[in-house]
Design a binder for this molecule. Structure first.
Ligand code: CP
Length: 315
């Protein structure tokens, strides 16, 4: 890594969300991720940057991409890694979050990556324990590393975020990806529109500085990039639309819909995809889709976050 990267200091010792992150920090994480992207494409992908740092990955909610991506990022930085999943732990015997984490920290852990179903869980933890906390998704609140990797992926495709029009489509109401993306993209100078059924649109979302649109056709005609969100059935305890079939007819992106546009847009999805619901397979697997690039970029972005937070410790 260059001297420049080694001497930069993030303004925060935790990554709890994008809302309170300074634009300069975001830009520095993205620049650092460019270096790690180059490193992880080398034949020897491992660097010693986090040797002697121990990281605990605490997942209280299911995950494929984020969990594997963090673990790979940590191992490529030579950190020692411990993985914890709530279902196989003493949480199921009634242990509190703080007791669980303090017990893990007593074993000399430096950083905690946590996914939790409760909004605010990462902030709560950061107020009660003495390790660096990284929010890997807290309920319907924020998913900061997803927003950073999404911004990184868009910038790699378009060269800039400034003036790029991004439509975030689908279940805005239950989506931590939507909120973190909105904060991140606006800080980086993009224009943001949210699109979905009125029942899945938070009431005051427009106050965040985004356009609100209920017609998929109009949203796609406006945007350069469409970020398609999953319908989060596990968080929907009411009927927010009459049927999945009706949702697909109104908000599903198909090849036919894309071909009807008079331009080529980039299609993104944070995963996991419900194929045939928010997008069809011929869209997900097309050359307009950057879904797997997002996943690849996620490792570099998470390496950058871990590296920069750990650098604060040693300065
Ligand atoms: N995008 C994302 O957070 O996926 P996982 O739930 O699989 O981690």
């Amino acid at each position: 890594m260059t001297k420049d990267l080694k001497t930069h200091r993030l303004s925060t010792r935790h990554l709890l969300g994008i809302k309170d992150l300074q634009t300069e920090d975001i830009l520095h994480i993205l620049e650092t991720a460019e270096h790690f992207k180059e490193i992880i494409n080398r034949p020897i992908k491992k660097v010693p940057s986090l040797r002697d740092i121990t990281i605990a990955n605490l997942f209280f909610e299911s995950s494929t991409r984020t969990r594997v991506s963090f673990e790979l990022a940590e191992k490529r930085l030579s950190a020692d890694v411990v993985n914890f999943s709530a279902s196989a732990s003493s949480v199921s015997k009634g242990e509190t979050l703080i007791d669980t984490v303090n017990n893990i920290l007593a074993m000399k852990v430096d950083m905690v990556v946590m996914r939790h179903p409760s909004p605010g869980a990462a902030v709560f933890l950061s107020n009660h324990v003495d390790a660096h906390i990284i929010n890997a998704g807290d309920g319907t609140h924020e998913h900061p590393t997803q927003a950073l990797l999404d911004a990184f992926s868009i910038r790699r495709e378009t060269g800039t975020l400034k003036g790029i029009r991004v439509a975030i489509v689908g279940d805005i109401r239950h989506s931590r990806v939507a909120l973190s993306n909105i904060f991140c993209l606006l800080k980086l100078g993009a224009e943001v529109m949210v699109c979905g059924p009125p029942t899945l649109m938070p009431k005051y979302i427009g106050d965040l500085g985004v356009k609100v649109e209920y017609s998929l056709k109009k949203a796609l005609a406006w945007c350069d990039v469409a970020n398609m969100l999953r319908i989060q059935s596990e968080r929907q305890h009411l009927a927010f639309f009459p049927s999945l079939r009706e949702y697909v007819m109104q908000y599903g992106v198909t090849r036919h819909v894309l071909d009807g546009l008079k331009k080529r847009i980039i299609v993104m999805h944070p995963g996991p995809i419900n194929r045939g619901v928010e997008i069809t397979s011929d869209v997900a697997d097309s050359d307009q889709s950057i879904i797997l690039q997002q996943v690849e970029n996620g490792v570099a972005v998470r390496m950058a976050v871990l590296y920069l937070l750990a650098a604060r410790q040693s300065m």
